[in-house]
Design a protein around this ligand. Structure first.
Ligand code: NAD
Length: 245
């Protein structure tokens, strides 16, 4: 599969479970990848594993440095930017009446504000080429709500609505902005859930299993490829049927 041969792609949250699979899939598809994250030792592992991959440490909550990050990342990739995968994300769960303003704000900043700022800076680059694709990773709970996750669900629902607005603004410039909404996927984020809770979730998934990070990576590949050129402002649900929009 070489559909992404030569495409320059930035992936955030590259050191995480889903990020790792996205890197593997895009690399196998021939893309030039810049992997970004906060954990340099994890990024170094990617550099050792994949020939020619670029790495750039960046904390996406540094809102005043996002433009500079996109600039540097694009230069590292050779001067053109084709796709950005806004995958980095965090949870800081608490019941609403116990949730501090800091817990609310941190999740909104890392998940939603950074996705807006990264998209904004990327779009400025893509406008020059009159082409580009942005894939934002949201979550099934951004549609359904979830206990203890008022901050996280708001951030993920915000990403979906924001992506639709950006898609309307830049569709004529040949820039596609779409979301992927994973269900429950086997990564560090879900490993912290206890087994009883996981079993309860699995009982509600028609496919009868949690998702694999590769299930998300396959959807990312599709939304980066020319196969999805007429799809814009859309959210692709990858959840084994647990939620059908
Ligand atoms: P993960 O915890 O394994 O990975 C998250 C990544 O984001 C890590 O690489 C982490 O270093 C990075 N990150 C966190 N804060 C950052 C910051 N300030 N700056 C830069 N990078 C930062 O989790 P994952 O499951 O791989 O999650 C990837 C994405 O998928 C997230 O946006 C998450 O919300 C979403 N998601 C995951 C699931 C799931 O079940 N695992 C379900 C729905 C959505």
């Amino acid at each position: 599969m070489t559909d992404l041969k030569g495409k320059n792609i930035i992936v955030t949250g590259a050191s995480g479970g889903i990020g790792n699979s996205i890197i593997e899939k895009l690399y196998q598809s021939g893309a030039n990848i810049l992997a970004s994250g906060t954990r340099i030792e994890k990024l170094d592992e990617l550099k050792n594993k994949y020939e020619n991959i670029k790495i750039l440490k960046f904390d996406i909550s540094q809102s005043d440095k996002v433009e500079e990050f996109i600039e540097k990342a694009t230069i590292d990739l050779g001067g053109n930017l084709d796709c950005v995968i806004n995958n980095a994300g965090i949870t800081q769960d608490n019941l609403a009446i116990r949730m501090s303003l800091e817990e609310w704000q941190k999740v909104i900043d890392v998940n939603l504000t950074s996705t807006f700022l990264m998209s904004k800076s990327a779009i400025k680059k893509m406008l020059k080429n009159k082409s580009g694709k942005i894939v934002n990773i949201t979550s099934v709970v951004g549609h359904t709500g979830n206990l203890g996750q008022a901050n996280y669900t708001a951030s993920k629902a915000g990403i979906i609505a924001m992506s639709k607005s950006l898609a309307i603004e830049y569709a004529k410039k040949n820039i596609n902005i779409n979301c992927i909404s994973p269900g429950f996927i086997k990564t560090a984020m879900t490993n912290k859930l206890d087994d009883k809770f996981k079993d309860a979730i699995i009982s509600k998934i028609p496919s009868g299993r949690l998702g694999e990070p590769d299930d998300i990576a396959n959807a990312v590949f599709f939304l980066c490829s020319s196969q999805s050129d007429y799809i814009n402002g859309e959210t692709l649900h990858v959840n084994g049927g647990m939620y059908m929009a």
